[in-house]
Design a protein around this ligand. Structure first.
Ligand SMILES: Nc1ncnc2c1ncn2[C@@H]1O[C@H](COP(=O)(O)OP(=O)(O)OP(=O)(O)O)[C@@H](O)[C@H]1O
Ligand SMILES: [Mg+2]
Length: 192
């Protein structure tokens, strides 16, 4: 397998069971994401975009097929392997942001850094500045507007410089955030 395959799904299927009914959300899904590339997944509401992201992040198990992440086959991964991958390789902007509500903005952004045993650095300052968060660092995230929360979620996902970024529903990014989000993403993942 070439080194450049960061994410590879081979014939992946996913069903959800709801009472007596089985819903097939993904059927024989094939996807390859090369290192340094960016891919937009587009589809109708309920078509399985978030489910696919959750499978790649290891939040949902797949029913059949293979998921290969950064050259490693994941079918035998334990929780500790998934933790390692999420801490050192993955950043996620969740559809509902999933910020840590007891914490303030600075603590939310610093959270992935502490897991990776990294320090707050110039890149974090750049993110805070670019995303317009300088005046909000001591505010509790529950007290922020939706657009402000989204910017914190982007900063948190990028803080530890992940090799793989999964961003759900960024197409509906608040218009006032679009320029800032593009600047933050663009610096880290420049167009190739
Ligand atoms: N945990 C779950 N249990 C049962 N069904 C689920 C679960 N998660 C998702 N589904 C179902 O899987 C299908 C795909 O959902 P998913 O959230 O992946 O869609 P989506 O493409 O992200 O939609 P949207 O654009 O509205 O966010 C839906 O029919 C949904 O009801
Ligand atoms: Mg979704």
């Amino acid at each position: 397998m070439p080194d450049s395959e960061l994410v590879s799904l081979r014939s992946v299927s996913k069903q959800f069971v709801d009472g007596n009914e089985v819903h097939t959300v993904l059927r024989d899904c094939e996807l390859v994401m090369a290192t340094g590339s960016s891919i937009a997944l587009m589809g109708a509401s309920g078509s399985g975009k978030s489910t696919l992201m959750n499978i790649i992040a290891g939040f949902e198990p797949l029913n059949s097929g293979d998921l290969i992440l950064d050259g490693q086959e994941t079918s035998q991964w334990r929780d500790s392997d998934w933790s390692e991958f999420r801490i050192h390789t993955l950043g996620v902007v969740f559809q509902q942001f999933n910020l840590l509500t007891p914490l303030n903005v600075r603590q939310n952004i610093a959270f992935p850094l502490s897991l990776a045993q990294k320090q707050w650095n110039g890149w974090c300052d750049y993110l805070v500045d670019t995303l317009g968060l300088s005046g909000l660092l001591d505010r509790h995230v529950a007290a922020l507007s939706g657009g402000q929360q989204q910017r914190v979620a982007i900063a948190r996902a990028l803080a530890s410089e992940p090799k793989l970024l999964l961003a759900d529903e960024q197409r509906v990014i608040w218009m006032s955030n679009r320029q800032r989000g593009d600047a933050a993403f663009g610096r880290y993942y420049p167009a190739r």
